[in-house]
Write a protein that binds this ligand. Structure first.
Ligand SMILES: N[C@@H](CCC(=O)N[C@@H](CS)C(=O)NCC(=O)O)C(=O)O
Length: 290
C-alpha cells in the first residue's frame, strides 16, 4: 500500500493500478468520492491499495464488505473514507458523499453536493440487472432529494456496468501484478480472460449499445445549455457519478473509442469530463512525487 503526501486527517482509499497511480487511477467509485472531496475543498490524502489487498485493508479497517460476489461471499471494494477528525469510516462512494454533505455542510464555496434537481433517468430493464447494489443506507434513505440521487446512481451504474467489457481490457495494472489480478477476475467469472472479451461480443456493437443507452442521460445534460453540468454551471454529485465512469473510460478505452464517446450526443460527455479536470487536481497534485 502506498501513501501520498500531505498528511491530513482524512484518508481516501483508492485502487492502485500502475505507476504513476494518479494517471492510471480509473476505478469509477473512488473517483466519485474524490470529485466530492475536491468539490467541497476538503483536504485529504490518498492511500493506494493493490486490488488483491482490498479485502485485507477493509478487514483491518473493520469496514464490512459493501457487495457480495455471485457465489454469496463478501466482495470487498473501494473507496473507503476514513475521517480521523470524527472517528468515522465510510465504505461506499454514495455514503461518502452523503457523509461529507452532512458533516461538512458549510465547507467549500461551491455549495451543497445534493441540490434539488430532477434526475429522471432510468435505464432499460435489460440493463437494470447490471446495477451493483447500493449501500443499505443509500437504499433506505428517506430524504426525497438523496433518494433521487441514489436512484440516479443506480441507473448510471447499470448502464456503464452493462458495457464494462469495453473498459475491462484497458485497465492498466502493474505488469508484475496483472497475471494475478486477471486470474482473480477469471475465478470470479468462471472463464478465461480472453474468453470474457470474446463472450462480450464485438466492440463496435457494445459501443453502439452504450451510445444508445446514454441518449436519455445526454438529454438531461442538454436541458440547461449553459453546461457543462446537469444544472448548467453549478456542479453536483450527479455530475460526479457520471464523471467517475467517464474517468474510467478516458483511461481504459483505446484513443479512437474515447474520441467517439466524446463526440456522442453533441459532445455533452466531453464537456463534462473536461470541466471535471479542475476537480481532479487533488490526486494529481497529491501524487506529484510519483
Ligand atoms: N457501491 C460501491 C461499489 C464499490 C465498487 O464496486 N468498487 C470497485 C471499484 S469501482 C472495486 O473496489 N472493485 C474491486 C474488485 O473488483 O476487486 C461504491 O459506490 O463504493
Amino acid at each position: 500500500m502506498a501513501t501520498d503526501t500531505p498528511a491530513t486527517d482524512i484518508v481516501l482509499y483508492d485502487i492502485a493500478f500502475r505507476q504513476p497511480f494518479s494517471a492510471s487511477s480509473s476505478a469509477p467509485n473512488p473517483w466519485k468520492a474524490r470529485y466530492a472531496l475536491n468539490f467541497k475543498g476538503i483536504p485529504y490524502r490518498t492511500e493506494w491499495v493493490d486490488m488483491l489487498e482490498i479485502p485485507d485493508v477493509r478487514r483491518r479497517l473493520e469496514v464490512p464488505a459493501a457487495r457480495k460476489h455471485r457465489d454469496g461471499s463478501d466482495y470487498y471494494t473501494l473507496p473507503v473514507l476514513v475521517d480521523n477528525t470524527t472517528g468515522t469510516k465510510v465504505g461506499d462512494s454514495f455514503d461518502i458523499a452523503v457523509y461529507l454533505s452532512e458533516t461538512y455542510p458549510d465547507t467549500g464555496e461551491a455549495g451543497d453536493l445534493f441540490p434539488v434537481q430532477s434526475l429522471d433517468f432510468a435505464c432499460s430493464s435489460e440493463l437494470a440487472i447490471f446495477a451493483p447494489p447500493l449501500s443499505e443506507r443509500a437504499e433506505g434513505v428517506d430524504k426525497g432529494v438523496i433518494r433521487d440521487y441514489a436512484h440516479f446512481n443506480r441507473n448510471v451504474d447499470a448502464v456503464f456496468s452493462a458495457h464494462s467489457a469495453l473498459m475491462g481490457s484497458g485497465m492498466q495494472f502493474d505488469p508484475a501484478r496483472a497475471p494475478l489480478i486477471r486470474a482473480e477476475f477469471e475465478r470470479r467469472a468462471g472463464m478465461r480472460w480472453e474468453d470474457m472479451m470474446v463472450h462480450a461480443g464485438p466492440r463496435e456493437k457494445i459501443l453502439a449499445s452504450l451510445c444508445e443507452a446514454l441518449a436519455p442521460l445526454a438529454e438531461l445534460f442538454q436541458r440547461d445549455h449553459s453546461g457543462p453540468f446537469l444544472l448548467g454551471r453549478r456542479a453536483s454529485h450527479a455530475d460526479f457519478i457520471v464523471g467517475g465512469w467517464l474517468r474510467m473510460q478516458s483511461v481504459t478505452l483505446p484513443d479512437e473509442e474515447w474520441a467517439q464517446v466524446k463526440s456522442w450526443h453533441g459532445g455533452v460527455f466531453a464537456k463534462l469530463h473536461d470541466a471535471l479536470q479542475k476537480l481532479s487536481e487533488g490526486v494529481i497534485r497529491a501524487s506529484s512525487n510519483r
